[in-house]
Design a protein around this ligand. Structure first.
Ligand SMILES: NC(=O)C1=CN([C@@H]2O[C@H](COP(=O)(O)OP(=O)(O)OC[C@H]3O[C@@H](n4cnc5c(N)ncnc54)[C@H](OP(=O)(O)O)[C@@H]3O)[C@@H](O)[C@H]2O)C=CC1
Ligand SMILES: CC(C)(CO)C(=O)C(=O)O
Length: 242
């Protein structure tokens, strides 16, 4: 089995690279944010070989070969088709034996959407406003924008037949309250002039909404600004940000 933990921007390229190393029986587990990666992997390798996981971690590469994880962690892992259940159980057992907290979900796609509600609400907005999670929550207008984004994603989710309860929606802002000092991974990438997961955490939901005739004006506006600033961010010399 291979675990895919690259940024979503690299998924296609990495899959092209690993293709030749896969045997007939190789499973791939995506622990990436968003909901697009399982679709990409399924299309390339077949849905029955793809496992899906939600990573509740706050990890960063401190220096080459050294990863720092702060706070609690949990991996939720599930199978996309029923034939993979045995493999999924085996992976969870291996994680647990290695001291990595993990549990099974029979509704892994819903769990991935649930985490995406948070990421799509806060990550893109944090970049276009250069704000921490706490700054978004404390500024009335930014907070309202975040609420509107959340409403739009919930509508997109419904069209994907993902049931989002009121409790799941309110958990987004409740969880954000305990991450007030967090600089989202997307804002960190922006500051480090790295590619941002724009498509996985914004574009996918805009395009998905538009495909089914759903109006997602706030997300769409944020998406267009993100594309613009990503382009200028990565074509500017380092001094641009200083
Ligand atoms: N960090 C976190 O706390 C969390 C991250 N996630 C999700 O996990 C995924 C990964 O994020 P994160 O770990 O932060 O990302 P990082 O950029 O920190 O790590 C990605 C790693 O993939 C390597 N990589 C990139 N391209 C290739 C390639 N072509 N071949 C081999 N290795 C490659 C990078 O190597 P190199 O350093 O050499 O470029 C790097 O070590 C994302 O989808 C993110 O949203 C989810 C929850 C929390
Ligand atoms: C908040 C966090 C670290 C949650 O795991 C995250 O996913 C992000 O910043 O993109």
């Amino acid at each position: 089995m291979l675990i895919i933990t690259v940024k979503s921007t690299e998924t296609v390229e990495v899959c092209q690279q690993i293709k030749r190393y896969l045997t007939k029986n190789t499973y791939l587990l995506s622990l990436q944010n968003g909901v697009i990666n399982e679709e990409i992997l399924s299309e390339m390798f077949g849905r029955e070989w793809i496992l899906s996981g939600v990573a509740y971690v706050t990890a960063r590469v401190e220096e080459p070969g050294k990863v720092e994880q702060s706070g609690k962690h949990m991996f939720i892992i599930g199978n996309l088709t029923s034939v993979q259940k045995e493999m999924t159980d085996q992976v969870i057992r291996l994680f647990q034996e290695a001291g990595i907290q993990s549990k099974y979900s029979s509704e892994i796609t819903k769990k991935k959407w649930e985490k995406s509600l948070w990421n799509v609400t806060f990550n893109p907005l944090s970049v276009v406003s250069s704000a921490s999670v706490g700054e978004i929550l404390d500024d009335q207008k930014l907070r309202r924008t975040a609420e509107l984004v959340l409403k739009e994603i919930v509508e997109v989710a419904k069209h994907h037949k993902i049931e989002i309860t009121k409790e799941m929606e309110s958990r987004v802002f409740k969880n954000a309250e305990s991450a007030k000092h967090h600089t989202t991974s997307m804002l960190q990438d922006y500051k480090n002039k790295k590619p941002m997961e724009i498509e996985a955490l914004c574009g996918y939901f805009v395009k998905s909404g538009e495909k089914i005739g759903l109006n997602v004006p706030v997300l769409k506006t944020i998406y267009s600004i993100l594309l613009f600033i990503d382009h200028s961010n990565r074509s500017q010399p380092d001094s641009y940000l200083n």
